[in-house]
Design a protein around this ligand. Sequence first.
Ligand code: DAK
Length: 263
Amino acid sequence: MADDTAVGYENILVEVSAPIATITLNRPKVLNALSPDLIREVNEALGELDADSNVRAVVLTGGARVFAAGADISDMADRTAVDQLQRDQTGRWAGIAAFSKPLIAAVNGYALGGGCELALMCDLIIAGDSARLGQPEINLGIIPGAGGTQRWPRTAGKHAAMEVMLLGAPVTARRAYELGLVNKVVPAEMTITAAQRIARQAAEKAPLAARMAKEAVLKAFETPLAEGLAVERKSFYFLFSTEDQKEGMHAFLEKRRGVFKGK
Ligand code: DAK
């Protein structure tokens, strides 16, 4: 994607301002409810941005007022279990979780249900003080379907996870910060620029090292320690085959700032 382009999707806006890009969920009338088309577009955009070597970090936001009020209830209300199984919704969300570059959520207002799960799939979360994160699925007679029951307890612990899952009430930005769910709370009008600033910081780092670091950290949630340590070690050795490792270490020795090419 070219610089500073708003690429034409129907449910999202994508702005590339190399070395970062910003994806904005854009269904304001329904509080960015995550229709299948919106999720497909987020996946497609992330696929393109992953392949674009000019883009090194991405901000995902819902804009100034709301992140996302969850999956589109009007789309789900009359579906059967077999419908749900056959539409491979899980596969569509997996593409988002698999994005290989730093992905930073900028959350204002509600991040509920699938909206909260989408934020939790990101690598960092910057929350505006208006943010409310929660899993209200219990109020609809269902449970989270995009990782909420797994990612909440891994980050916030069992009891906080049970509280949001069983009572269906969201937590404030401040509480989410205390629980370790969000990295930083800022005034709501600064959320997106704060996230973009952090994305630019991440974009200055060595891209292959960032990719390996991200993979290794995510492995920690899926594997026993010995296996995770083996992944880390192999990635560590691999990075000594990159130009960026030579650049980074020589730049340090020469007392200058490293310039990384992702090679
Ligand atoms: N879906 C559809 N429309 C929604 C919506 C949603 N999730 N949330 C809000 N809207 C619509 C409202 O219907 C309303 O539309 P109109 O009446 O104007 O036509 C408009 O957005 C504004 O909403 P409100 O009038 O309700 O606004 P309020 O400020 O009064 O309340 C609220 C805001 C966020 C508290 C409220 O809208 C609310 O409770 N929304 C529902 C939140 C919710 O229950 N979310 C969880 C949905 S279930 C899966 C992956 C993921 C999922 C499932 C499967 N697989 C991979 C298998 C995820 C499931 C979910 O997220």
